[in-house]
Design a protein around this ligand. Sequence first.
Ligand code: MG
Ligand code: ZN
Length: 221
Amino acid sequence: MSRKTAIICDFDGTITNSDNIIAIMKKFAPPQWEKLKDEVLSEEISIREGVGEMFSLLSSSQKQEITNYILKHAAIREGFAEFAAFAKNSDYPLYIVSGGIDFFVEPLLEGLVDPDSIFCNSADFSESAITILWPHECDHLCENDCGCCKPSVVRKLALEDYRKIVIGDSITDLQAAKLADLVIARDLLLQKSKEYNLNYKEFSDFHDVISILKKLEEVTV
Ligand SMILES: [Mg+2]
Ligand SMILES: [Zn+2]
């Protein structure tokens, strides 16, 4: 009998066409956010530090304005609703593991993904500046100070009996991708999957993902 399949899917730049944290900062943050972004990219500071500090540049009073802006401008990648339905019908558990923040991740996925299957950071608006909370920090096996630690979430889900499929677009997905049986990648994660010799397929929209998964079923049934 073939193994069951579980899917671990990134949010920003994978389910959405572009990165929502970057979009929020471009629109609402004072210019010093760019330095923080550059320091994260060059690994001078951790993702948790950088994202936390970027949001601390924003006022909690902007909560509604920021949320409205993202809900209006974020575009869900072609085929995602069909893909979520396909996963459900196929009995493939679908987990969204995201370095994004609950106030935009959850409403954008409403009606598409079970809220209990979403793992992301959260925002606290009770102080004058926005504070990011980290309910899924690194376990003892990860020292990257990820913020939302994707490999730690994958380990915690205890998917030993499953064929694990990781879908993503960026360097922040790489450590989880290394734990996967198959990586479905675009953009930088695609490049990294090649570089690290991972078992990967390329996608540009979720119709591609559905056909990759269907082919996989045919091979393994
Ligand atoms: Mg991403
Ligand atoms: Zn980590």
